[in-house]
Design a protein around this ligand. Sequence first.
Ligand code: KMT
Length: 243
Amino acid sequence: MRAYWYDDKEGDKRLPHDSGSPVSESYLHALGVIYKHCPSISAVDALATERAYKNRDEITVSPAKMGAVYEEKLRMFVQEHLHEDEEIRYILDGSGYFDVRSEGDDRWVRIGLEKEDLLILPAGIWHRFTTDEGDYVHAMRLFKEEPKWTPLNREAALEENPYRKESDQAPLLHTERTNSSIQLLHIQIRRTYRPCSVSCRVCWLRTSIVPVNNDFERIVEVVWKSSWHDTVPKVATCMMALE
Ligand code: KMT
């Protein structure tokens, strides 16, 4: 895997478009994007079980496999879109690029993947996919629910989509170490949902949250065992339930 800022130059997106500025894995984490090198399918299976994935399929994106449909499929994949489910892609062979939008300044981060690379994209993140100059990727697609690929192409109205809003819904305001094993996270809940638990986007460990002053829409305190991580997670995702 190699991640870097896309150069934004016109032209075939299958070219590297490498601006020369690398992007770190911890920046990807901050966007909710997780990379793992998985040398075996059993490592993928373990991850799928841990994150409660129910379905999977395989796809080969190449002119040899898809024939005339190849260009059309590529046009769909490369159109900027989001999904309402988290998705996992595992590269079985070949290579390709996932581009994800940065938070705030809306720039493209390019993530080059090759064989044995696995990527987890959170629900609601703007992204796109293209093959590279090799024009060949064989990937496993893992789905939390139905084995379907439903892109919601970018348009202004989709900023109101609940999955889009949730993707940056729970900014950490403040963290506080109370002793060596307990961490308090103060999280701002901005919407009128009843928060029920909070998950670390890096390892997906989840803990329930306790509202402060019985006010679900303000600040919640989370007791986070720092032994779960060497460092305090910088990004947490609130799992919401409608009241
Ligand atoms: C996606 O989500 O854009 C895809 O599934 C593309 C094909 S998988 C390499």
